[in-house]
Design a protein. Structure first.
Length: 536
């Protein structure tokens, strides 16, 4: 199959399986993997072979960048200690334990290759976890810790993976040398990624000042930022992975402050589509590779493959649960200042953190980027087995941990703490007060009765918002119901406008150009009524 035909077929498969995922009670990544495995029986798709370097370069930078961009920076700093213990300590423990255990279980798997496998399965997946926990009653602190861990352990796990692959290629490894290189790579990559994102942000602001506020141009620069950070870091010999994460953190701070409304809306829509497609392609390609991997493993008994997969899954989960309890409580016991600052942790919440170690896209990207050959030209040892075991870990954590999370949360009796909703209400009150203050200032300078009446209507609207957001209990429920009715009435009126507009076009009263002009205004009004969910 030609490259263009293959790409179009894969895009169509992602869209079709994504639509199917709306109707099936399974995580979308599992549907994509199974769909890819089914498509591998199509003759034209049965021999898809990926270039590991191209695959890694294409997928990993935007995925890591988006994680850094979206993560709440305040919560990251507030939970820095538990996040770092999970993202570095747990990753290191997973690499070591998995490496030695799988080397012992599978003697044909060299120790360095087993460490590479440990690094591949060490990062957790924020998207998979959040897609489940956001619908459940999970305390916000646990959500922030899980998201922060997945942001940093993506980087730490991939850095460890690169070291392990290099050890396989050269046949030598030194913990002391690796530690020194890691510090240099981490510091250099972080500083370089932040600097590149900051420079691109300054460039984009400068372009806006000179009237180059084109959302398309600005979005293209946004999409190129993670690749610029990654390629520059790799060229200078520092960590491209950490450079991308740092660039995402910097851009997340900069973009929310300096971009125009049009650029933000356009960039959000484009990034949402790109990330959806890239995540979908990653899992779909894994499914396509599985058939060939299983064929290459034909000499290994099925019961052995199943046993090794279950053993790896058990090791990964046991290491995580064994780590989170001492990692949580030892600092609180040993350091009273830490205990006073952070408080005592609910052991049920600690268990949830341990159980929510779902693997996803980054594990997949690392597995599929394992090179086919070492620097000497020899075949990479046990590559197909590593890909198979990594894929089984993804599927098992999604299928067992992911699907059971709602039951585990209910069994633990955890409840949403309401911190996010309280913070949002306080912010909405502050915004309404600021708007009313500015409108009252402007009201004194208005002369025409119509202008004065309009300003007073706006003030009354903000007063109604303040009343609704400051109300509690049954009164708040009543006001929320009134607001919902108002929204439905506005949407009904907008739907009538849209129907009439299309009727005018169909009856040749107006042409398509007029239709597009007026429909853009209707779309804007509908987005304002429906809220941000409709935009993204």
């Amino acid at each position: 199959m030609e490259t263009v035909d293959l790409v179009l077929a894969l895009f169509l498969a992602v869209a079709a399986l994504g639509a199917l995922g709306r109707w099936l009670p399974l995580p979308l990544p599992m549907i994509l993997v199974l769909g890819g495995a089914a498509l591998s029986f199509v003759p034209a798709l049965s021999h898809v072979r990926l270039d590991p370097d191209v695959f890694f370069l294409l997928l990993v930078p935007p995925l890591l960048f988006s994680d850094g961009w979206a993560f709440p920076k305040r919560e990251f700093l507030a939970n820095l200690r538990p996040i770092m213990l999970l993202a570095f300590g747990l990753v290191g423990a997973t690499v070591v334990v998995v490496g030695y255990a799988m080397h012992w279980l599978v003697p044909s798997l060299p120790l360095a290759a087993a460490f590479a496998l440990g690094a591949i399965v060490s990062p957790t997946d924020a998207v998979a976890t959040t897609s489940i926990t956001e619908r459940l009653s999970v305390p916000s602190k646990i959500t922030h810790i899980l998201n922060g861990e997945s942001l940093i352990n993506d980087a730490s796990g991939l850095v460890a993976f690169r070291f392990a692959v290099a050890a396989v290629a050269t046949g030598t490894f030194s913990w002391l040398e690796a530690g020194g290189q890691l510090v240099l790579l981490a510091v250099g990559g972080t500083l370089l990624g932040y600097a590149i994102a900051y420079a691109i942000g300054v460039l984009r602001v400068g372009m806006m000042r000179y009237c180059i506020d084109d959302p398309i141009v600005q979005t293209i620069l946004s999409l190129l930022t993670p690749y610029a950070a990654y390629l520059a870091a790799e060229a200078l010999g520092v960590s491209g992975i950490l450079a991308v994460v740092a660039a995402g953190l910097c851009a997340g701070i900069h973009d929310t402050r300096h971009l125009s409304v049009a650029v933000r809306r356009h960039a959000f829509e484009v990034w949402d589509m790109v990330l959806y497609v890239f995540n979908g392609l990653a899992f779909l390609l894994l499914g396509l590779q599985l058939r060939g991997v299983l064929v290459s493993l034909d000499g290994i008994a099925a019961w052995q493959l199943v046993g090794w997969s279950l053993a790896l899954y058990a090791i990964v989960n046991l290491v995580r649960i064994a780590w989170v309890y001492p990692g949580t409580y030892l600092p609180l016991i040993l350091f009273p200042a830490t205990r006073r600052r952070e408080g005592w942790r609910n052991p049920r919440g600690v268990f949830l953190v341990g159980w929510a170690g779902i693997r996803g896209t980054v594990t997949l990207a690392a597995a599929l980027s394992v090179p086919y050959f070492t620097a000497s030209g020899a075949a990479f040892p046990a590559r197909d087995l590593i890909v198979f075991l990594a894929a089984s870990t993804i599927v098992l954590t999604l299928g067992i941990n992911g699907l059971s999370l709602p039951l585990v949360i209910r069994a633990l009796g955890l409840r949403r703490d309401g911190a996010a909703s309280q913070e949002e209400r306080a912010a909405r009150l502050a915004l309404a007060q600021a708007a009313m203050g500015r409108l009252r200032q402007r009201l004194a300078g208005l002369a025409r009765p119509e202008e004065i009446a309009f300003a007073r209507r706006l003030i009354a609207d903000y007063e109604a918002r303040m009343t609704r957001h400051s109300a509690n209990g049954s009164r708040r429920a009543v006001l929320d119901g009134v607001a919902a009715t108002e929204r439905e009435l506005r949407q009904a009126a907008i739907a009538a406008e849209r129907a009439e507009l299309h009727g005018l076009r169909d009856s040749q009263v107006i042409n398509e150009e007029t239709l597009r002009t007026l429909e853009a205004e209707i779309d804007h009004a509908e987005a304002l009524v429906a809220g941000p969910a409709s935009v993204r």
